[in-house]
Structure formats: C-alpha cells, structure tokens
Design a protein around this ligand. Sequence first.
Ligand SMILES: Nc1nc2c(c(=O)[nH]1)N[C@H]1C(S)=C(S)[C@@H](COP(=O)(O)O)O[C@H]1N2
Ligand SMILES: [Mo]
Length: 532
Amino acid sequence: MIPASTAPTTTPRTLVRRARVAGAVSAGVALGVGELVSAFGAHGQSLVGGVANEVVDRAAGGAVRWAIDVFGTADKAVLVLVIVAVSIALGAWVGKLSLSRRWVGPVAFGAFGVLGMVAGLRDPLASKTVVVVAAMSAVLAGVVTLFVLLRVARTGHAVVVARPGPIERPGDAKGSRRAFFGWAGAAGAFAATAAVAARSLANRTDVEAARQLVTLPPATTPPGEPPVSVGDSFAVDGVTPYVVPNDRFYRIDTAFVVPQVDVDTWRLRIDGLVDRPFEMDFDELLALSTTEEVVTLSCVSNEVGGTLVGNARWQGVPLTALLDRAGVQPEGTQIVGASVDGFTAGFPTDAAYDGRTALVAVGMNGEPLPTRHGYPARLVVAGLYGYVSATKWLREIRVTRWDDVDGYWIPRGWSKEGPVKTQSRIDVPRAGARLVPGTTPIAGVAWAPTRGIAAVEVQIDDGPWQPAQLGDTVSDDTWVQWMVPWDATPGEHRLRVRATDGTGATQTSDVAPPDPDGATGWHTRRVTVETS
Ligand SMILES: Nc1nc2c(c(=O)[nH]1)N[C@H]1C(S)=C(S)[C@@H](COP(=O)(O)O)O[C@H]1N2
Ligand SMILES: [Mo]
C-alpha cells in the first residue's frame, strides 16, 4: 500500500483541467492588469480598446456594417466581450500546453503583450510610455499568475515549503483541490476588480470637468430673428421629441475609447488648397460669431424604421467663415474634416457654399458638445449623412481635390457622396403594443434635411393613403413630427408611412439596404387590436 504522504495529489485528467483554469485565470489577470495600468494614461486608454480599434479599422467594411446592424450602438461592447472571451479561451489552451512545455506561457503572454502594445502605439492619442508599461505589466502578471497556479495545481502549495521529512507533502486530494480553487478564485477576483477599477479610472472626468467650465457665448444668430421654438407638436406618448436630448441622441463612431481632447493644447487647422492656411485655439474659435441651427443628423447605416437619426440644436461658426478666411482655391473641390483620432470625412465644397447649414459646431442643445458627440468641435452639414460630413473631435479642415482624398468609409465600400434620403418612421403604436379598439394615434417623425417635408401619408392595411397632420419645424433642415388619429378596429393591421419632400418627390417604396448610400423603403408596422 502506498503511504498517504506520497500518494499522487491529482490524476492527470484533474491536472489538465486545473491547468486550463490556471491559464484562463492568468489571461484574465493579464487583461485586468493591462487595463488598470493603461487607465492611468491620458484619455482613458485601454489595451483591449486598442485591439478593438485595430479590429474595427482593419475589418472589412462589411463586418463592421454587420456588427452595427446586429448590435447597433452596442457593437463596441460586443467587440470587447469577444476579445476578452477569445483571450481567456486562448489562455486556457496555453495553460494546458504549459504542463509539458514551460516556455509556452512566457512566449504566449509575450506575444499577446506585443499585440496589445502595437495596437496601443497606433492609437494617436495614447501615451506611448503608458502603453509600453501597461503591456509589460500585463505580460508579467499573466506569466507569474500562471506559474503560481500551475504549481498549486501540481503540489497543492503556492510556494515550496522547506520542512523536514518528505520534500513535498501535497496532502489529500480534497485539500489540494481547495488550495487550487482558492488561489485561482483569488486571482480571478483580482482580475475582475482590476478591470472594474480600470474602467472607473478611465472614466475619471478630467475632460468632463474642463468641458463643464466652458461657457458658450450666446449665439449671434441674425439679430431680430425670434428665438427658435423647438417644442413638441403633439401630446402623443412615445413620439420622439422634436429636439432629442443629448443623453438620448444616437452615437455612432469608430472610436472605441471616446477621444478626450485637452482644449488647452487643441488647435483647429484650416489648410490644403487654400491661400492662407491658419490655426486657431478653442478660445479663438469661441470668440468668433456663432449661429444656432436645428439640424437633423442621420447615419447612413440607419435601417428603415431605425433609430440612428436625431435632431438637435447646434451652435457653431459657419464653415464658410473659416473657409473664406483661408481663401479656398478654385481646384479645392472637397472639404475633408479630420479628427484627432484619425477619422476623416469629405464632402463637396459646393455643399458648404450652396446656402445650407454647415457649421463647425461647439454647442449641442445649449451645452458645450458632449464628449461622445465631438467635444470640443465637430462639423455639422445639413442634408449629408454623418459618415461624409459630421467629423467629431475635429482637428483639421483640409481643402483637397475631389479625387485626391477619400474619407474613412469610402475605401470600405460606402458611396463617396452621401446625401440624406427622404425617410419617415412610425414611433407609435410601438412594436408589440397591446391596443384596444377606439381612437388611437399613429405618429412618428419624417425627414429630408435641406429639402424639408411637404407631406406625410399613412396607409392602414390596403386602404387609401391618408394625409397626416404635420407638426411645427423651424427649417427644412429638421425632421417633422406627424400624427394621424386612427379608429382602431379589432384584428391585425398593417400600418405604413411615406413622406414627400419639399421638391415634391415621394419617398420610394423600393427596398434597399443601408450600403452603399442609405436604406430606402416604407416603414411598416404590424399591430394587433384586441377585441375588448
Ligand atoms: N471622429 C469621428 N467622427 C465621426 C465618426 C467617427 O467614426 N469618428 N462617425 C460619423 C458618423 S458615421 C456619424 S453617423 C456621426 C454620428 O454623430 P453622433 O455620434 O454625434 O450622433 O458622426 C460622424 N463623425
Ligand atoms: Mo454614420
């Protein structure tokens, strides 16, 4: 009989299982430590975020489009979850391999660290030192954790305890199991705590505090013009407000980590094919006269009936004021906005000069631009989808030849020109609402920025198209709320909406997907009215 003290602590199968757990937990610790150290960087940077950014930038336009389609504005969170899950799965595999080949752990974690470091260093906003230190700390933490956990898995002890008698006294299987899962659990808890701490540290409000201190000078909208009335037109529950509050405004961008711009060092440059390129700081920009305009901004990825569209009051300097000061040369047929994070969007110079609203915006709904929406400055051009016009965290306005530069999304398969298509959406009754017979409103919004909306019509089942009542608008650049009172009868019904723009053109019924230049079709909703 084998004496208890020399009995094998673990069977080979248990050992492999524990090695997998050890590897997975070590990967978690590496990620947690990497995130925690990078969070000390300038703009809440993150190694995982850097990798996510690389994935977004490199992935074929199609994959990103698919992700936006499927996950909407949660696409970034999903991407991060995928990166974390893949890392932990790889870690489990590395743990198992490390049982027979000790070098696998250091090599795998090292490779992982280099990946995070390269991605981090490519982020133009990240502090390079922080990226390097974060990646090295992550590797070290991962390797040490793996080493310690594998030792506990084998021996039941974290350290070799020198004691008289047999060199290793692993104890009984139960004790070793408790020891291993105790250590692994502690390491896992540490990883989770580090990740949570990193997120709250990264979101510390340096830039937010600076933003809060910004006082926008009042807009110098043409004197004598009455203040814009931006109230809602119908007292219908569930209709999107005419002006969407900042915290409810859709957000779409490629920035995994929202750029945190320090206005003390920020400059806006106007250059390219201009006679007098110049630069100005934030105070100089704020000192210029501004106007406030209500403009509906829409994302080209918005599906028919989708929510990637919003209407806000934008305060800003007319783009032509800056372009005129620089003196656009005749061959300068494109305006390219460039962001501090490298994003670019270009539109025809003609769009800036044809009389439509085109602003370098500093204010949104009476506040300095929220960080997520481009603080300290962004472009807003009425009638053009955001991907060709609405550069957030604006750093440079470059005048180029139309064919010389393509904005970020163009090589990724989207149309070079992006005029906003006429669209209308049913907000109420909501999808899946339980309706009772009687009068109930059908209501929503419709938009055709720069052209305006002349009419909205609703069709119930195969009935005639009925005109909707239109709410008030302050200009043709904004959407309009619409409403039709409907005498709902029991049964299933199909509701459809279509709009006619200010040129007299009715929204097409042809169904087209968002790519390459915006979705078309009539928004349709099926509802059930219960027999009361
Ligand atoms: N810097 C930067 N600006 C950007 C983008 C971006 O990815 N990066 N996305 C554009 C797109 S596609 C849209 S639809 C609008 C969305 O603006 P919002 O997030 O303020 O609604 O921003 C535009 N400006
Ligand atoms: Mo967009």
